[in-house]
Design a protein around this ligand. Structure first.
Ligand SMILES: *Cc1c(COP(=O)(O)O)cnc(C)c1O
Length: 453
């Protein structure tokens, strides 16, 4: 039996019960549900098309931030979708709006926000960050929004959308972020984006070190924890624990349940520590709903329609995996362990080098070429990347590539000749619980594939 079949009987009986609820409104003939032979053929065609994917479900897929959701999220989403509630307003989906509030309350508790706060789910991290930057601009319209070069690329883009100045905090010659540059230019800055778990390397930026000076100068702080947010649960086991401990003090936080929260795509979240942020969203549209005195989720969001099914899926998942060490924490711990094992294996190998020790579950590494130049590293990395993707299904390895500036690389590896402006390395996001038991096999496959290129 495959990983979904076991749950089909319970899904079937729940759907049947939902149909009973539906038919109490009358047995009117529903239109459009009769062409089943065509539908069956289309679904079979779709299945074939879907087999064109990389094996995102398998630990040999150790590339980007991709994995299927937990089966419980799938079932909850599928069930809710047969009703298709819209969480843009409480009346668009009363039960799923309640679930959204309950789920976000758990996120708020996890990060250390006290009631009252303001928060809701979004369709993803980019739109959630846009909301945070929108509020940042409304509060400090004349000032810049600053972020490091390691921040997600969409911050710069969204500053263009908002027509507000973006200040990139440059790198020092040793390849590290020049936070002193930020401190020297604070008079120009309204809000700083601090990334808790960068998309490239999974680095946690030094929130605890930055916060006192930023506060003293009246600068707001937005934590982009789209990727890393759930690692707050296991903060005590991380080298970055001091920074996680300060998360509850920042003005706004973005966390993506569709990254480390076991959810299907379409589930991000934004929280504001001060609920007064809601005043910037207030609107009075005549065609929205007015039956509730409570603040509608749609009144504190830039988006209008949002899938109630997303809230149902996340809510259900949180019942099974509470945001505790023994709940979702177990998953997260195993991903960190997987990265540690691969790091240990590769630093112990004469044929590979790790760019740096992983902080979370992302490792960047490269095969050591005979010729110690950047172009030779890039060439070998590219060959290995391609060989892994093209190998037979049981021997393959699906990695991602990571491009780095020459200075940043040679700051750590001075023995390499910088014969190019940049260098391409290999990157693995080890975000599945299956990665921990697979980590040594992964190491072995890397070596076998390197033999073949
Ligand atoms: C993934 C990511 C984003 C963008 O989120 P989406 O859900 O892909 O829109 C923003 N910031 C960070 C740090 C991320 O890892």
């Amino acid at each position: 039996m495959n990983r979904y079949e076991a749950y089909l009987p319970v899904l079937q009986s729940a759907l049947r019960a939902l149909d009973d609820w539906r038919t109490q409104y009358g047995e009117e003939q529903l239109v459009g549900f009769t062409d089943t032979p065509d539908m069956i053929q289309i679904i079979q065609d779709l299945q074939k098309r879907l087999e064109g994917n990389y094996p995102f479900h398998h630990p040999q897929y150790a590339g980007q931030m991709l994995k299927p959701p937990h089966p419980l999220a799938w079932i909850a989403y599928a069930m809710a979708m047969t009703i298709n509630p819209n969480n843009h307003a409480l009346d668009g989906g009363p039960p799923t709006s309640e679930m959204e509030k309950e789920a976000v309350a758990k996120l708020a508790e996890m990060v250390g926000y006290d009631n009252p706060y303001l928060g809701h789910l979004t369709s993803g991290g980019t739109i959630a960050n846009l909301e945070a930057l929108f509020v940042a601009r409304e509060i400090h319209p004349q000032k810049a929004i600053a972020a490091s070069t390691k921040a997600h690329y969409t911050h710069r883009r969204m500053c263009r959308v908002l027509n507000t100045e973006f200040m990139e905090i440059p790198l020092k010659s040793n390849g590290e972020t020049d936070w002193d540059y930020l401190m020297d230019n604070l008079d120009r800055v309204g809000t700083v984006v601090v990334t808790m778990g960068t998309t490239g390397l999974g680095d946690v930026e030094p929130l605890a070190d930055l916060l006192p000076e930023l506060r003293k100068n009246g600068v707001r702080v937005h934590a982009d924890a789209a990727y890393g947010g759930f690692f707050k649960i296991i903060e005590k086991e991380l080298p970055s624990s001091a920074h996680w401990a300060k998360l509850g003090e920042v003005d706004s936080i973005v966390i993506d349940p569709h990254k480390h929260g076991l959810q299907p795509y379409g589930c991000g979240s934004i929280m504001f520590k001060d609920p007064a942020a809601g005043t910037y969203f207030k609107h009075d549209s005549p065609y929205t709903y007015f039956t509730s005195d409570e603040l509608h989720l749609g009144e504190i969001s830039l988006e209008c329609s949002r899938a109630g099914a997303s809230a149902a899926a996340f809510w259900a998942t949180l019942q099974l995996f509470p945001l505790t060490n023994d709940g979702l924490g177990k998953y997260l711990k195993s991903t960190v362990t997987a990265a540690k094992i691969l790091y240990r294996n590769l630093t112990g190998s004469a044929r590979f080098e790790c760019f740096k020790e992983p902080e979370l579950d992302i490792l960047v590494y490269f095969p050591i070429p005979e010729n110690k130049t950047l172009s030779a590293v890039s060439e070998l990395s590219n060959h290995l990347f391609k060989a892994g993707a093209e190998a037979a299904p049981k021997e393959g390895l699906h990695l991602s590539l990571y491009k780095l500036g020459a200075d940043e690389f040679t700051a750590r590896f001075s023995e390499y000749e910088a014969d190019a402006d940049s260098v391409t390395l290999l990157r693995s996001v080890l975000m599945k619980p299956e990665h921990e038991p697979f980590a040594t096999k992964l190491t072995n496959r890397l070596h076998t594939l390197l033999d073949s290129v």
